[in-house]
Design a binder for this molecule. Structure first.
Ligand SMILES: CC(C)(COP(=O)(O)OP(=O)(O)OC[C@H]1O[C@@H](n2cnc3c(N)ncnc32)[C@H](O)[C@@H]1OP(=O)(O)O)[C@@H](O)C(=O)NCCC(=O)NCCS
Length: 145
């Protein structure tokens, strides 16, 4: 059973371990800052007492939510953990008056692009050489009511 709940400071090491396994590109300190600044939109998924995924988002401006990072431990992917996290943050954003959610994803990350498309995000642009290694980002958007 998946438990979706708010991030707590004791989850920090789990989150960093997942981040290192799937991205290895963010400064760990960013996640503590995230918790301090945007505690309402930093969510984790727990299975059998293990934190297996997280999503960190924030209110970019009034009405606009942004997903900064979403990741699921490789051993727990394809079990709807990512889908559950995304649905939760969409509902939280909705309750904050958000009408559109935007995010960037690496253009070569076919799995994540398909995942977001299945959750009705559309590609609205490309940010050239957005990442440190010069890969392009696809800018994706979901409109919500
Ligand atoms: C992208 C990512 C977050 C998706 O997480 P996930 O937990 O694997 O997502 P889900 O399980 O909800 O969905 C993944 C697939 O599993 C399938 N699936 C979900 N539950 C399933 C089930 N019970 N039985 C069979 N298939 C299932 C879904 O159909 C989905 O198919 P898709 O490839 O068409 O999207 C994850 O792959 C990840 O962490 N990737 C690395 C980091 C990353 O790229 N993050 C996004 C960029 S910010």
């Amino acid at each position: 059973m998946i438990i979706i709940r708010k991030f707590q400071p004791q989850d920090f090491q789990w989150v960093i371990d997942i981040e290192r396994k799937v991205f290895n590109e963010h400064d760990p300190y960013l996640y503590m800052q995230f918790y301090e600044t945007y505690p309402e939109t930093f969510i984790v998924a727990e299975i059998n007492g293990f934190v297996v995924g997280y999503v960190a988002g924030f209110l970019a401006k009034e009405g606009v939510g942004r997903v900064f990072s979403l990741a699921v431990h490789p051993s727990y992917q394809n079990r709807n953990v990512g889908g559950s996290l995304l649905k939760e943050i969409i509902e939280i954003f909705r309750s904050m008056g958000v009408v559109e959610i935007i995010l960037e994803v690496r253009s070569g990350n076919v799995k994540a692009r398909r995942f977001y498309a299945r959750h009705r995000f559309s590609q609205i642009g490309i940010k050239e050489k957005y990442y440190n290694d010069a890969e392009n980002a696809c800018l994706m958007k979901l409109e919500i009511k």
